[in-house]
Design a protein around this ligand. Structure first.
Ligand code: HEM
Length: 421
């Protein structure tokens, strides 16, 4: 691969749909030019940050590397459409804590931080376990075969987060569909029909309409301790949240809160199935679950990148990042960095320490990581306790996205512990 091809690959979504190729590409970049100035045709140039240490270094300087004005890479066409949409709506269409910096970010994140701390998540244990049990039951009712990703994985975290927001179950499928379109705008089967870039704007409008109604409803009722009600009645600087900020709050929780965990479940199971000895080890030793789940997050790294923009010149890995330049934090690459992970391509249930950064690093580090951990541990405990064996039933497909994603299909076969007995 020459440099022009490399730049094109790093700016593309397709890189992530072929796992072997993706690993080979990032391995080459980490070894030869780990902070790579990527200048692809029809794409604004950016620094590809591929090393674990550099992603952390950037995360340590939130005043220098800011989330405004862009969180994901956009090509020239998408940038043009974004500018038009912004002009047409008189500002941004969505403004979540992920888009904010400094004190604004602190204030908005602070509104629900306590909700997602380990002690609060502990209180959800019974609900999480019940959802896990329901989904495993559904799986076992299926005659020993399913597409694990679409039949099971997409529903489990969705049920949990939508339950926290008191969204009726009849609307879950619709919101799932919107999230998939939003986070894989270029994937051939998932993206919104019509012009690719416009698809994303149209999806955002639908989210806005849905959660705008939910907000009005919650505001018309007295406040409760539920998450949806807390957001509707929250105040910043003594004022209720603006319409855009309140709706965006629901949107970020509703989107960030399930696709990521589903992808981790899919990848987690996929790598367990590709490593039957590890599957057996985990079935026989459930005390390995916490480290196993960290390894699943590392292999999944469902958030492929986030963008930061430099506010001033900064020296990183012997190069000068100039004020105004963009950086793409390549989380997937960082999680396979040979300098941090011994034998990084080996799926090791008891990897310790495991300094995976699938949840990011710094002030924007994932708010929902305790929920994601609890959900994964509950699900895999239930699944392994209630099955005798599980194996691949064909080759899986991966989503073509450089934003958030992983598996698109995962055909599996299995026997329930009861059936085999
Ligand atoms: C395996 C599951 C998950 C992964 C891998 C993941 C990953 C991430 C990453 C990498 C970020 C950092 C974004 C940045 O650097 O700008 C992030 C932020 C965030 N995540 Fe997650 N996430 C997961 C699950 C969840 C869940 C379950 C929730 C909520 C219920 C959630 C809510 C959020 C929110 C609100 C932010 C924004 C935090 C901020 O900007 O301060 N995530 N997540």
């Amino acid at each position: 691969m020459n440099i022009a091809e490399l730049d094109q690959a790093l700016a593309s979504h397709e890189l992530f749909s072929n796992i072997e190729n993706m690993h080979a590409t990032f391995q080459w970049v980490r070894r030869n030019d780990p902070l790579h100035w990527t200048d692809a045709p029809d794409h604004p140039p950016f620094w590809a940050v591929t090393k674990h240490a550099d992603v952390i270094e950037v995360g340590k300087h939130p005043d220098v590397f800011v989330a405004e004005p862009k969180t994901f890479l956009l090509n020239d066409e998408e940038s043009r459409i974004r500018a038009e949409e912004t002009a047409a709506t008189g500002g941004k269409m969505v403004r979540t804590m992920i888009h904010m910096d400094g004190t604004d970010h602190r204030k908005y994140r602070g509104l629900t931080q306590a909700w997602f701390m380990p002690a609060s998540i502990k209180r959800l244990d019974a609900v999480i376990r019940e959802r896990a049990s329901d989904l495993v039951t559904q799986m076992l009712e299926r005659d020993g075969r399913c597409d694990f990703y679409n039949d099971i994985a997409v529903w489990y975290p969705l049920r949990i987060i939508m339950g926290l927001l008191n969204v009726p179950e009849s609307d879950h499928a619709y919101l799932l569909h919107l999230t998939q379109q939003f986070l894989a705008p270029k994937d051939e089967t998932l993206r919104r029909e019509g012009s690719e870039g416009q698809g994303k704007g149209a999806v955002a409008k639908e989210y806005f309409a849905y959660f705008g109604k939910l907000l009005a409803d919650r505001r018309s009722r007295p406040q409760t301790e539920d998450l949806d009600s807390s957001i509707a009645h929250a105040q910043v600087d003594g004022q209720p949240l603006g319409l855009m900020e309140a709706v965006s709050y629901y949107v970020i929780l509703a989107t960030a809160g399930h696709d990521t965990t589903s992808s981790s479940m899919g990848s987690g199971l996929y790598y367990l199935l590709r490593n039957p000895a590890e599957q057996e080890r985990l079935r026989a030793g459930p005390e390995l679950m916490p480290t196993a789940v960290e390894e699943m997050f590392r292999f999944a790294s469902p958030v492929k990148h986030f963008v930061r923009t430099a506010t001033q010149d900064f020296e990183l890995r012997g190069k000068t990042i100039r004020a105004g330049q963009e950086l793409a934090l390549m989380y997937h690459s960082a999680n396979f960095d040979e300098e941090v992970f011994e034998d990084p391509l080996r799926f090791k249930l008891d990897r310790s320490p495991n300094r995976q950064i699938a949840f990011g690093y710094g002030v924007h580090a994932c708010l929902g990581q305790n929920l994601a951990r609890a959900s994964m541990r509950a699900f895999f405990s239930e699944l392994l306790a209630r099955t005798e064996w599980l194996e691949l039933d064909g080759e899986p497909n991966f989503i073509s996205t450089n934003q958030v994603g992983g598996l698109k299909t995962l055909p599996v076969r299995y026997a329930s512990a009861r059936m085999a007995a």
